[in-house]
Design a protein around this ligand. Structure first.
Ligand code: NDP
Length: 612
C-alpha cells in the first residue's frame, strides 16, 4: 500500500485529489444501483406492451398492399444505415437481384424512429454520415441533428437507386432455411412469399425499445410513449421544439441517458411541470457545435473520410496519431490517456501494465472532476446539482454532450427526482409515478429507457431465424454469440448479419457497418461469381473465433466494466463472465479488425468458410 502511494506520488506529484477517496465513492455509488434482477428488470415491448414499438406515428394508418411473390439472390432485412450500406455495397458490385425489407415507412432506421425534439448525433458528422465523398454532400454542422441525418439516409437511397429495391412497412415474422430448395424463405406480416439465396440481417443494435418493469406500468391511464416513437400529435411541435400542447400538462420522463439529455431541455421549456426521474446521472460534457467551414471542407482530398474515421478510431483505441483530427469530447479523454502513454519518461523504458492502468485511471478522474465541476456552474438548485454529478469512470456509460441540459434543472417548473436509493422508480399508478414513497401525479409518462442493445440476441429482433434442421439462431447463441468475425454462423448457410458483437466496435456505428457491408458484399459477390451455391462457416472456424474473442476480451476491458456502475454496457453489472465475455467486440479495435478482414479477402481462399 505504502509502495502504491509512493508510486502515485512519484508519477503525479501535483495531484489535487485523492484517488483512493474517489475509488471508494465510485464503488459505493455503484453498489447503490446494482439490482439483483439485472437485465430482467426490463420488459420487452411485446404482447401487452407491443404498441410502444410496433405503432408507427410517422405514416398514415391503414396501408395495404398485395402480397409479394419473389425469388431473389439476396434479401437485406433492415433499412437503417447497416442495411442501407449493405445494399449500396451490393449494388456497387453489380449484384442487383436483391430486395431490402424495412418495417418503417422510409429509410433511416434509428433516424427514422428517433425524431424526439433535439435528437442529434454525438459523433462528428464528417465521420458519421457515410458516403459524403460519393454523394458530394457537405454536412451543415460538426454535429448533425436528426432531420439532416434522416435526409442523408434518403440521399443514399436515391444515389444508389435503392428505393426501387425496397419494400417498406413490412415486418419480417420468420426466416427459415429450406434445405431442399437451398433457399431462405422470408415470411412477413403481409403474407409475402419470398425466397432468396442469401440473407443478410441488418436489424441494428437499437432497433427494439425496452421498457422498465416498474410495478403497475400497465395501470397508467394517462398518455405514455417511448422516446423512439415520439407523439407530436400529443405534445405539439416538432424536432425543433414548440411543444405547445404540453403547456397545461404535467410530464414525467423516466431515464437520463443520451436520449433524455437531448429532449429534456425542450420538455422543460414547454411542460407546465416536468419531473425527471433519474437513477444514474449521465456525464454531460460541452457540445461545442459549429457550422461547417465550406472552404476547409472543399479542400479535403480524395479518401479523406476514411482517413478521418480511421484517425478517430485510432485515437479512441490509444494508437499513436500525428494529429487528433476530430478533437472533441470523445477523443479528449482517450487522447489524454494516449498522450500520457506516449510521454514516457526517458529513464522509464517500457511502461509496465500497472503504470498504464494507473495513468488511465488518473486521466479519467481528472476528466470526470471537470464534468462534475461543470454541474456546479450550471445548476442553481444545490440538491439537484449534487444528484446530477456522475460518480463513475467516463466510459462506464455513454458519454453525452449538451449545452442546455444541466441548466434546465434551474427552471422553476423542472424537478429532478433522484431514485438511486430505491434502484429505480418504485411504482406507477393510474395517474402517478411513485418514487421514494411519494406519488407524483402526471398526465403523461415518457419512457427514455433505451433499447435492447446488450440483452439476449433474440430480444433484439422480433422474428426467429431457423437454419439447418430447423435450428434456431437464438438456441445456437443461447450461451453467447457464435460466429466467424461476428458476421456469420455455422449451420446458417448463406446467412450474414451486420452488427456489434464479436467484431470491430466503434462508437461511430456507421463506419463499422460500412466496413462489414464491404466485406459481406464481397463474399456474396464472390460466391455468386464462383458458381458455388452455398457458403457456410465451418464449426472449427466458429469455435476458434469465439475463443479468440474471449481470450482478447479477458484482460482490461472486463475488469473495467465489472467495476462500473450498472447499465447496458456491462449488462447491468454482469459482464465479466459467460456471454458477457463471448459477446464482446474484437478487443484490438476496429482498425485492427478491418486489417484482418482485408487480409482475409486478399488471401482469397474463404478461410474458415466451406463452399459446397
Ligand atoms: P439508455 O439505455 O442509455 O438510458 C436508459 C435510462 O433509463 C437510464 O438513465 C436508466 O437508468 C433509466 N432507467 C431504466 N430503468 C429505470 C427505472 N426503473 N427507474 C428509473 N430509471 C430507469 O437509453 P438512451 O435511449 O438514452 O440511449 C441509448 C443509446 O442510444 C445510447 O447509449 C447511445 O448509444 C444511443 N444514442 C445516441 C445518441 C447520439 O447522439 N448518437 C443520442 C441518443 C441515444 P440507469 O442509467 O440507472 O440504468
Amino acid at each position: 500500500m505504502a509502495g502504491a502511494r509512493e508510486r502515485l506520488h512519484n508519477l503525479f506529484p501535483d495531484l489535487d485529489f485523492d484517488p483512493d477517496v474517489l475509488r471508494e465513492k465510485y464503488r459505493k455509488e455503484r453498489d447503490r444501483r446494482i439490482r439483483a434482477d439485472g437485465e430482467s428488470q426490463y420488459i420487452e415491448a411485446a404482447d401487452a406492451f407491443a404498441h410502444y414499438a410496433d405503432e408507427d406515428p410517422y405514416v398514415e394508418p391503414g396501408f395495404e398492399r398485395e402480397p409479394l411473390d419473389l425469388d431473389l439472390d439476396v434479401v437485406v432485412i433492415g433499412g437503417g444505415f447497416s442495411g442501407l450500406m449493405t445494399a449500396a455495397r451490393l449494388k456497387e458490385r453489380g449484384v442487383n437481384n436483391f430486395r431490402l425489407i424495412e418495417s418503417g415507412g422510409d429509410f433511416g432506421g434509428t433516424w427514422y424512429w428517433n425524431r424526439y425534439p433535439g435528437a442529434q448525433c454525438d459523433i462528428e458528422s464528417y465521420c458519421y454520415l457515410p458516403l459524403l465523398e460519393e454523394t458530394g454532400y457537405m454536412p451543415k454542422e460538426k454535429y448533425s441533428y436528426a432531420p439532416e441525418i434522416f435526409e442523408h439516409t434518403r440521399r443514399v437511397g436515391e444515389y444508389f437507386d435503392l428505393y426501387s429495391h425496397t419494400t417498406f412497412q413490412t415486418r419480417v415474422t420468420e426466416v427459415r432455411w429450406l434445405e431442399e430448395k437451398q433457399r431462405w424463405k422470408v415470411s412477413t406480416q403481409r403474407n409475402d412469399t419470398i425466397l432468396t439465396r442469401f440473407l443478410i440481417q441488418a436489424t441494428g443494435p437499437a432497433n427494439r425499445p425496452k421498457l422498465p418493469g416498474i410495478p403497475g406500468i400497465a395501470d397508467f391511464k394517462g398518455h405514455s410513449f417511448h422516446t423512439s416513437r415520439w407523439e407530436y400529435g400529443y405534445t405539439g411541435g416538432d424536432h425543433h421544439g414548440g411543444l405547445t400542447k404540453l403547456h397545461d400538462k404535467r410530464v414525467a420522463i423516466i431515464g437520463t441517458g443520451a436520449t433524455a439529455i437531448q429532449c429534456v431541455p425542450f420538455l422543460g421549456a414547454h411542460a407546465q411541470k416536468l419531473y425527471v426521474f433519474q437513477r444514474t446521472p449521465s456525464s454531460v460534457d460541452l457540445r461545442g457545435n459549429k457550422p461547417t467551414d465550406a472552404e476547409w471542407y472543399n479542400q479535403q482530398q480524395s479518401g479523406w473520410q476514411r482517413a478521418r474515421r480511421e484517425n478517430f478510431a485510432a485515437v479512441l483505441t490509444g494508437q499513436p496519431v500525428v494529429q487528433d483530427l476530430v478533437a472533441d469530447g470523445w477523443t479528449d479523454i482517450a487522447r489524454r490517456i494516449g498522450i500520457s502513454l506516449m510521454n514516457r519518461r526517458p529513464d522509464a523504458g517500457n511502461l509496465d501494465m500497472e503504470e498504464i492502468m494507473l495513468r488511465a485511471e488518473i486521466a479519467d478522474y481528472q476528466k470526470m472532476n471537470e464534468i462534475r465541476a461543470r454541474v456546479n456552474g450550471e445548476v442553481t438548485k444545490p440538491d439537484a446539482a449534487e444528484s446530477l454529478k456522475p460518480w463513475y469512470r467516463q466510459f462506464c456509460k455513454r458519454p453525452t454532450f449538451n449545452d442546455e441540459y444541466l441548466a434546465t434543472f434551474s427552471r422553476p417548473n423542472v424537478e429532478l427526482v433522484d431514485v438511486a436509493d430505491a434502484k429505480g422508480v418504485e411504482r406507477i399508478t393510474a395517474n402517478a409515478v411513485v418514487a421514494n414513497g411519494k406519488a407524483y401525479e402526471v398526465d403523461c409518462i415518457i419512457f427514455a429507457t433505451g433499447f435492447e442493445i446488450t440483452t439476449s440476441a433474440h430480444r433484439r429482433v422480433d422474428f426467429d431465424t431457423l437454419g439447418r434442421n430447423g435450428l434456431s439462431l437464438y438456441d445456437h447463441w443461447k450461451d453467447g454469440f457464435r460466429t466467424l468475425h461476428g458476421l456469420s454462423s455455422h449451420n446458417f448457410p448463406n446467412w450474414f448479419t451486420i452488427g456489434i458483437n464479436q467484431n470491430g466496435l466503434s462508437p461511430n456505428m456507421t463506419s463499422m457497418f460500412d466496413d462489414q457491408a464491404i466485406h459481406v458484399s464481397h463474399v456474396i459477390d464472390a460466391v455468386l461469381k464462383s458458381g458455388h451455391s452455398i457458403i457456410e462457416v465451418s464449426a472449427e472456424a466458429e469455435e476458434a473465433w469465439v475463443k479468440t474473442i474471449i481470450k482478447l476480451a479477458g484482460s482490461g476491458a472486463s475488469s473495467f466494466l465489472r467495476d462500473c456502475t450498472p447499465g447496458y454496457y456491462n449488462r447491468e453489472g454482469r459482464t465479466s463472465t459467460g456471454a458477457g465475455m463471448q459477446n464482446a467486440p474484437y478487443a484490438p479495435g476496429i482498425n485492427a479488425f478491418n486489417h484482418l478482414l482485408a487480409a482475409w479477402r486478399t488471401k482469397g481462399d474463404f478461410e474458415g468458410m466451406e463452399l459446397d
